[in-house]
Design a protein around this ligand. Structure first.
Ligand SMILES: Cc1ncc(COP(=O)(O)O)c(C=O)c1O
Length: 393
């Protein structure tokens, strides 16, 4: 059966160039980057190159890049690492209601330790109001953590404005840019961030590698204790194949970004416009304009999204209801709920996320399947309302 992958916010296909860059690290260049001999030096040179590539990608300096196992670790290191390194009691953190669970659950853990956390609301498009963040600041605020782009709806936050507020108040600012990396340009200086998380598998590198940008001079307490790797910020022998892959993926993303963005944006807009046109009672969730180019989160009223996903999967089409980490959850999406959607609408929303590998033909195939599939599901739906369907015709 023909298979179409439209779940690129969950993870992406590894680019051939990335696989090719990694392969020699398994059989030939397998040294430990901390060893003094030739093998070690070779591994260190590969690691240095990867670090330089990631630094260039983020407009940072190589010493400001710490390699991690992915987005979750980067977020945890940023949040716990900063909060635990700042002395004093009664500390306060500001984040938003629509963060990824890697941030939300790290913050909830801090609350158990007595740290106060403010979860800033978002508007109907999923945007945080910088004035709201500013109002939430107290003399105890040590960290603001607001994501760059949302994984479910793709909304891009006013990171630069929040960065300026944080800087003026001398408060650390972290952004989770896991969904932004490879999709929009990232410049840590311009955004005014002190910490920024990325994960390789969201932009055509393998799972199990990510990075945290830590601005020069920022004190951070590590999550892991052991050797002096990563300048004492992340102990453990570095995985050279993964680092090489992350560096190569970052380099590719930079050179291809302009072309890819144009193509993906065009395809995404085509896909979205046609779904909204061909399938009655469908709506876009989140912001139409302030959005990463590959994401469309669409509500199919009176359709259970899980049923739609299963039917799409049976037809060879992979997409999702939102966060891959929360799938199977019986709770409605915390992101869609924060936008103000009632549970039944949150439960009827599907995320389509494209990549550079998505083709117009694939989108056409999905567009041809969807109207009939949705109609069939609506007829079977317990909340089905005949006049609702008839009106749509
Ligand atoms: C916005 C965001 N942050 C963090 C993560 C966690 O990244 P990882 O799966 O690499 O741990 C994800 C993954 O879905 C994400 O979308």
């Amino acid at each position: 059966m023909r298979r179409i992958y439209l779940d690129n916010n969950a993870t992406t296909q590894i680019a051939t160039e990335v696989v090719e860059a990694m392969l020699p690290c398994f059989r030939e260049s397998y040294g430990n980057a901390s060893s003094v001999h030739w093998y070690g030096q070779e591994a260190k040179a590969l690691m240095d190159k990867g670090r330089q590539q990631v630094a260039t990608f983020l407009h940072a300096e190589p010493n400001e890049i710490v390699f991690t196992s992915g987005g979750t670790e980067s977020d945890n290191l940023a949040i716990r690492g900063i909060v635990e390194s700042v002395p004093g009691t009664g500390k306060h953190v500001i984040t938003s209601q629509i963060e990824h669970h890697a941030v939300l659950h790290a913050c909830q853990m801090l609350q158990k330790l007595g740290i106060k956390v403010t979860y800033a609301p978002v508007d109907a498009e999923g945007l945080v109001d910088p004035a709201e963040i500013e109002k939430s600041i107290t003399p105890e605020t040590v960290l603001i953590s607001i994501m760059h782009s949302n994984n479910e709806i793709g909304t891009i936050q006013p990171v630069q404005e929040i960065g300026a507020i944080a800087r003026a108040r001398d408060i650390y600012f972290h952004t989770d840019a896991v969904q932004a990396a490879g999709k929009v340009p990232l410049d840590v200086e311009q955004m005014g961030v002190d910490l920024l998380s990325i994960a390789g598998h969201k932009f055509h590198a393998p799972k199990g590698v990510g990075a945290l940008y830590i601005k020069k001079g920022t004190k951070i307490r590590p999550l892991l204790y052991g050797g002096a790797h990563e300048r004492n910020r992340r102990a453990g022998t570095e995985s050279i194949p993964h680092i090489v892959a992350l560096g190569r993926a970052a380099e590719l993303a930079m050179t291809e970004m302009e072309n890819n963005t144009r193509r993906i944006l065009e395809l995404r807009d085509y896909c979205e416009t046609e779904i909204l046109r061909r399938v009655p009672h469908t709506f876009l969730n989140g912001s139409r304009t302030r959005r990463i180019p590959n994401t469309a989160n669409i509500r199919f009223d009176q359709v259970e999204s899980e049923a739609l996903l299963i039917n799409l999967d049976l037809a060879g089409v992979a997409c999702s209801t939102g966060s891959a980490c929360a799938s199977g959850s019986i709770e409605p999406s915390h992101v869609l709920t924060a936008l103000g959607l009632p549970p039944e609408q949150a439960f009827s929303s599907v995320r389509f996320s494209l990549s550079k590998f998505t083709t117009r033909e694939e989108i056409d195939h999905v567009l041809n399947l969807l109207p009939e599939m949705v109609e069939r599901l609506r007829e079977k739906s317990p909340q089905h309302n005949k006049s609702f369907v008839m009106h749509a015709e």
